[in-house]
Design a protein around this ligand. Structure first.
Ligand code: GPP
Ligand code: MG
Length: 286
């Protein structure tokens, strides 16, 4: 199979090609590289938890360095929270990081559970970056990254004890994605999703959420669609947490940092007016 054929198989719509291109060309994103360089875990998700006030109170000349460390700590806390909800995972299990970015969360999962973790992304750049990270960490035999589409990822039926999506579902049709996740989980397997969604109990998408969509080339879903798509695919929620209040301090701190990207105001507006919500959903396959 040539590279071109593989690309045509993985990316089947103009929208998917546009999304892949957006992430492929996002190689100098200081907001993510600067945090990843702190300890070698490169994340593509946001943070949760209270900010340590001493970060802002200490000496001005080192404030930004403290701020970046604190933002990274909060992103790690988000990752830990997601992994906490996978349930009991043993070294013989296999996990899927669906939309694995530069791989940070896959490596944390492998460290915690000692098991196989496969990551998939439609960005070749991200797959190559994460694969290089696996080699540098000496875990290539346990953590692998593939250029694959989460709507047809090719892993065997029932082969994944746990699957997660950390801020990736806003790029896919939820009914298609959850059908594919359900297929790969055995009965009792766990799916964990952290996502931003719009709060359709208030009505249609707000300006803040439209601004977020435009910034990331994504299509934020309404909250209701998550639960409809889970129910339609034999995935039964066991825990649902509204993390909106828990993520606001991260955005307030990020807005004051040297790596702010300009999207902070939209997140803060959306979260504060509750038109946008940050959710963790854990669901079991029945
Ligand atoms: C990933 O984080 C962001 C997304 C996948 C976009 C959409 C997420 C929502 C919750 C709407 P990132 O770490 O690449 O973003 P940034 O570069 O802004 O830190
Ligand atoms: Mg980031």
């Amino acid at each position: 199979m040539t590279m071109t054929d593989a690309r045509d198989e993985v990316l089947t719509t103009d929208y998917q090609r546009a999304v892949a291109n957006w992430w492929d060309t996002r190689r100098t994103d200081r907001v993510n590289l600067a945090l990843g360089e702190i300890d070698g875990f490169y994340h593509h998700h946001y943070g949760v938890g209270a900010v340590d006030p001493s970060v802002l109170e200490g000496p001005a000349e080192t404030r930004d360095e403290r701020t970046l460390r604190e933002l990274h700590r909060l992103e790690h806390a988000q990752a830990d929270l997601l992994l906490d909800h996978l349930g009991p995972i043993g070294p013989d299990d296999s996990l899927l990081d669906s939309g694995s970015g530069r791989g940070g969360l896959s490596f944390l999962a492998n460290q915690r559970f000692g098991c196989r973790v496969d990551g998939i992304s439609i960005s070749r750049y991200q797959v190559d970056f994460a694969t290089q990270q696996a080699a540098e960490r000496g875990v290539s035999d346990q953590v692998s990254f593939y250029f694959r589409n989460m709507l047809h990822s090719g892993f065997a039926d029932g082969s994944k004890r746990g699957i997660w999506t950390d801020e990736t579902t806003m790029y896919v049709d939820l009914f298609e994605a959850f059908a594919e996740f359900s297929r790969m989980l055995p009965r009792g397997g766990r799916y964990v999703c952290i996502t931003g969604c719009y709060n359709d109990s208030l009505g249609e998408k707000s300006d803040a959420v439209n601004t977020i969509d435009a910034h990331y080339t994504c299509r934020v879903h309404p909250r209701s669609r998550y639960f409809a798509a889970l129910a339609a695919n034999n995935l039964v929620p066991v825990n649902v947490f509204d993390l909106t209040d828990a993520t606001i301090p991260y955005w307030e701190l990020r807005e004051k940092s040297s790596i702010a990207t300009g999207i902070e105001a939209a997140f803060l507006e959306g979260y504060r007016e509750r038109s946008f919500q940050y959710l963790l959903i854990a669901a079991d396959k029945i």
